[in-house]
Design a protein around this ligand. Sequence first.
Ligand SMILES: Nc1ncnc2c1ncn2[C@@H]1O[C@H](COP(=O)(O)OP(=O)(O)OP(=O)(O)O)[C@@H](O)[C@H]1O
Length: 300
Amino acid sequence: MSTAVETEAHGSPGAADSLLVMEDVGKSYGNVDALRGVSMDVRGGEVTCVLGDNGAGKSTLIKIIAGLHAHTSGTMRVEGKETVFSSPREAQGRGIATVYQDLALAPLMSVWRNFFLGNEMRSGFGMNIAEMKRIAGEELQKMGIVIPDLDRPVGALSGGQRQCIAIARAIYFGAKVVILDEPTAALGVKQSGVVLKYISKMRDSGLGVVFITHNPHHAYLVGNHFIILKLGRVVLDAHRNELTLDQLTAEMAGGQELAELSHELGDLHPERVVEPHTVQPGDVAPPTGAMRIVQGNPDN
Ligand SMILES: Nc1ncnc2c1ncn2[C@@H]1O[C@H](COP(=O)(O)OP(=O)(O)OP(=O)(O)O)[C@@H](O)[C@H]1O
């Protein structure tokens, strides 16, 4: 039996600073329930981390918010207005930007060219290159990204810098909510640090950030709010002051399941086994009764 945590309420969903609210959202593909009963409140100035293993439903959640797929149950509200996006363009027009792992950058093109890709500034019969370079340089600098030569091809930059360019571009073109699809998954420690610093700057500048990740350590460094999905359902929903990194890591690792695996492996190599910390009812003491811990199988 696994340990799950349910949320009763964290503030009121749809409050003034809520940019995007999902209530009891579900998505079925034929008879496959990819998401069930997912609620989420993305607020300006906060990083909402969505964690989950393969098949947990993270991509499905992104697709609903980004306008690629419509949800099949529940409601989504964007700045208070009930919404079902019919296309990614519509989602972008409402201030929702999604930065995918492949980044949609052209590696052979320069930094400034990538920054304005698809949104080029014109003057007379040509492009206003000077203005585009100036703006790209200013915008990157504003967010603390130092790229000495904006004419360099993006492919020559580090993975972290490329992530930051894709994010800065989304913000410049009007994003209020930025969804980051596993931005640190392919990066080493140092480059992940570059991206995490950038995420904290976005948070501090008032944007609503949805940080999709497998990595509880990365999430805990920048997150205000944590949601773990498992088989399409929310198994943990907690604010930062309600759980420790150890608890988040244990929940992400599968808590009880990992303990059982450890016992199994212990039968083979008893001297090598380290007992994982499993979140137990009572481990987490919410300040205002906002979080409820239940024993149960999230699959039910
Ligand atoms: N188009 C589809 N048709 C049918 N089933 C789908 C479709 N897309 C996703 N699913 C199913 O929905 C569930 C959730 O998938 P999803 O891709 O959202 O998970 P994920 O958390 O993003 O996983 P990963 O980290 O591996 O990308 C899985 O069981 C998957 O097989």
